[in-house]
Design a protein around this ligand. Structure first.
Ligand code: NAD
Length: 419
């Protein structure tokens, strides 16, 4: 079992990132104070009768960081390490992320502290439905629109949509995105985050005059974001030399056959035992020489103790907050080109936006149209961030934050203060 570094407080990290960008922009103190902290924070208690007949109480959260540019938007995470501070941080990053890709949403996030891997489908359904009814006053297609995140999926979204709709008395598909297609989901949503990661890596290679074909890639976290990014990079001719998940890491110097790895993971639920690969330790994986490293698991996976061993030209942050500030500094000093999370993984929320637009119009687009629009948004956003990076001579992370924070600041300044 890979060890996880003790997480630094994710919300502190989000606030630090905010301050760094706000200082670089010389943002006025009044606007800073208005946009730095969450607008609304809700903690809920979720009693669930478990399969053994006993009642277990779970704790859940929904945070709306900002609704300045539109409804709050952000996923729901089921994980044993979910805390209110983590949810606040993720909600904050959602605000800047939606602004970076210039979609008319604010930022929100939700989560339940639970261990979904040790719960039955019935227990998960009851927990999800009770959580939905507890956060009901906050959510809605014009208010706050949840989506999947770590260990939640289209089925979870279907339960939320159904619970919300039953309470209102009619079907309201636009209350969540990342739904199954049969309920008004969008083509391309499931692979949108990984696809967006792929487009930003392509842009970074272009900028650095690197060839993607033949590049050596490592992907940490082989779930929704990581496996799709790995498959698209593999199809573009990159060699995916190592991948990992919570059960272990596999390595092949000549490159893994990613479609086969995906097939095995979906059949067996783990990577271990994949033929044509050797099992290695997580710390060994980070130290492998490669061209592109894609952290696609959880926060703080690259930290002070392992950052120095990272040997990559590009780090593409598919996960949210995968680098601690110390790791960020170490990689900057090494000259690593970092595609920051709020840009790199924004493909998911972008197609969520497309889904919400389609639901609202009751008019659905084909996959080709969605990929084309997604590629356009990701590449324009990459270039917008790159422009600030080169013109202002700031790291890509600060440049992305400056772009996102600047757009939110402009919105609150124009709106003024009520009353
Ligand atoms: P997921 O649950 O589909 O996958 C997570 C993967 O990480 C799993 O394979 C899990 O085994 C692995 N993992 C967990 N702990 C690990 C460890 N210690 N070492 C190695 N692997 C580990 O989740 P996802 O949706 O792919 O999300 C992954 C990251 O991407 C998260 O940070 C999430 O916030 C971010 N993200 C996801 C989306 C999306 O649309 N799914 C959008 C934006 C950002």
């Amino acid at each position: 079992m890979p060890t996880t570094h003790i997480a630094e407080n994710a919300h502190e990290l989000a606030l630090q990132n905010f301050d760094t960008a706000a200082n670089a922009m010389d943002l006025d103190p009044d606007t800073r104070e208005r946009i730095k902290y969450p607008e609304r924070v809700l903690t809920v208690s979720i009693p669930v009768r478990m399969d053994n007949g006993r009642v277990h109480r779970f704790e859940g959260f929904r945070v709306q960081h900002s609704t300045a540019r539109g409804p709050a938007k952000g996923g729901i995470r089921f994980h044993p390490q979910v805390t209110l501070d983590e949810v606040k941080a993720l909600a904050t990053w959602m605000t800047w992320k939606c602004a970076v890709v210039n979609i008319p949403f604010g930022g929100g996030k939700g989560g339940i502290t639970c261990d979904p891997k040790h719960m039955s489908q019935i227990e998960l359904e009851h927990m999800t439905r009770r959580y939905t009814s507890a956060i009901l006053p906050l959510i809605g297609p014009e208010q706050d629109i949840p989506a999947p995140d770590v260990y939640t999926n289209p089925q979870t979204m279907a339960w939320i949509m159904d619970t919300y709709s039953m309470t209102k008395g009619y079907s309201i598909p636009g209350v969540v995105t990342g739904k199954p297609l049969s309920l008004g989901g969008s083509l391309g949503r499931n692979e949108a985050t990984g696809r967006g990661v792929y487009y930003t890596v392509e842009s970074a290679c272009e900028h650095l005059k690197m060839h993607l074909h033949g590049a050596r890639v490592i992907v940490q976290g082989f779930g929704n974001a990581g496996s799709v990014a790995a498959e698209l990079l593999y199809k573009a001719g990159a060699h995916i030399i190592a991948v990992s998940d919570s059960t272990g890491c596999i390595y092949n110097r000549a490159g893994l056959n990613i479609p086969e790895v995906i097939q095995m993971k979906s059949l067996c639920g783990h990577l271990e035992g994949f033929p044509d690969a050797e099992a290695i330790l997580p710390q060994e994986m980070f130290a492998l020489e490669c061209d592109i490293l894609v952290p696609a698991a959880l926060e703080n996976m690259i930290h002070e103790a392992n950052a120095a061993s990272v040997n990559a030209r590009i780090v593409a942050e598919a996960a949210n907050g995968p680098l601690t500030p110390a790791a960020d500094r170490i990689l900057q000093d090494k000259g690593t080109f970092i595609i920051p999370d709020i840009l790199c993984n924004a493909g998911g929320v972008t197609v969520s936006y497309f889904e919400w637009v389609q639901d609202t119009q009751h008019l659905f687009w084909d996959a080709k149209d969605i990929y084309k629009r997604l590629e356009h948004v990701m590449k324009v956003s990459f270039n917008d961030v790159l422009k600030i990076h080169t013109e202002r001579k700031v790291p890509m992370r600060i440049a992305a934050n400056m772009l996102g924070i600047g757009r939110v600041a402009e919105a609150v300044q124009i709106r003024g203060i009520y009353p």
